[in-house]
Design a protein around this ligand. Structure first.
Ligand SMILES: NC(=O)c1ccc[n+]([C@@H]2O[C@H](COP(=O)([O-])OP(=O)(O)OC[C@H]3O[C@@H](n4cnc5c(N)ncnc54)[C@H](OP(=O)(O)O)[C@@H]3O)[C@@H](O)[C@H]2O)c1
Length: 269
């Protein structure tokens, strides 16, 4: 990307949902954008974000792969990155033994491997410059053993923990690390995770724009972590003192296939 006087933010998973809203927050704050997602829709997102008056470059890459992350990193062409918003992620509902292992691996490789590989590359540049902000989208799911979403919750527990540890390793380096922990949010997430027949898939959810604003503000302040929404804050406080067995059973009630309301007969056409 050509040098500019504006700061640059990389936002992953910016084609929809929380990532798109995070990219919007960055643009409104005057960051140029390098945005990435796996599907061609990332270009449409770039078009909408350009209307906010900043330079936007879109990269289509599978961030579950090291090659995909290399492609995104190379697209910055050495331009210093002021904000890295590592948000791309995917869920996977249903019982672990019934999931395909390819799908399981894609979740782990997107949410963990690709995310920390990108942070490792950009984080090193930031530390060398003594400047930069990193926002990682974890989840309140990281507080609960995720019965019927076991692998996903495990990946988010990893990110929630990793981000705080990294923040402390980077104390006094000029680089901040913040973890955004959303609760259930109205995005394409649950449909993609095949969870639309579950209670959590069907329940009323938070607005992705509100969630993104909460995360963006926390990143700009250099806060360690932030749970989006009062209800979710309460839930994580309670989860911290609740036995894991009890949490796992609570999660079953929200995420087991068929826990959502059945569609009325004939509604499927
Ligand atoms: N929605 C929730 O309830 C919720 C709650 C807590 C945390 N989160 C986290 O929030 C983040 C954003 O999710 P969302 O809710 O906004 O869902 P979303 O609308 O499905 O957005 C996910 C974004 O990540 C991208 N992505 C997924 N896998 C990718 C891959 N392998 N390579 C490149 N891009 C990839 C998607 O792009 P493509 O379409 O191109 O794949 C999309 O842009 C995720 O990390 C998720 O775990 C969500």
């Amino acid at each position: 990307m050509a040098s500019n006087t504006r700061p640059l933010a990389i936002v992953t998973g910016a084609s929809s949902g929380i990532g798109y809203e995070l990219a919007k927050c960055c643009a409104e704050e005057g960051f140029d954008l390098l945005i990435a997602a796996d599907e061609p829709e990332i270009r449409q997102a770039a078009g909408s974000l350009q209307a906010l008056g900043v330079a936007v470059q879109a990269v289509q890459a599978d961030l579950a792969t090291l090659e995909g992350v290399d492609k995104l990193y190379a697209a910055a062409q050495g331009r210093p990155v002021d904000g890295l918003l590592a948000n791309a992620g995917r869920g996977l509902g249903r019982a672990f033994l019934d999931q395909s292992f390819d799908d399981i691996r894609h979740v782990v490789d997107t949410n963990i491997t690709g995310t920390i590989y990108l942070i490792h590359k950009v984080g090193n540049d930031m530390r060398a410059r003594g400047q930069g902000r990193i926002l990682i989208t974890g989840s309140i799911a990281g507080y609960m053993p995720g019965t019927y979403q076991a692998v996903y919750n495990g990946t988010k527990a990893f990110l929630d923990s990793f981000s705080v540890a990294l923040k402390h390793e980077l104390n006094d380096s000029g680089v901040t690390v913040t973890c955004l922990m959303p609760g259930p949010t109205e995005t394409e997430f649950f449909e993609r995770a095949d969870m639309m027949d579950t209670k959590v898939g069907q329940q009323k959810k938070d607005d992705p724009a509100d969630v993104a604003r909460t995360g963006f503000k926390a990143m700009m302040k250099g806060e360690t972590d932030v749970v989006a929404g009062v209800k979710n804050k309460l839930q994580t406080a309670v989860a911290s003192v609740t036995p894991a067995d009890m949490l796992a059973e609570q999660h079953r009630k929200m995420a087991e296939p068929g826990t959502g309301k059945q569609k009325e007969r004939g509604q499927d056409g």
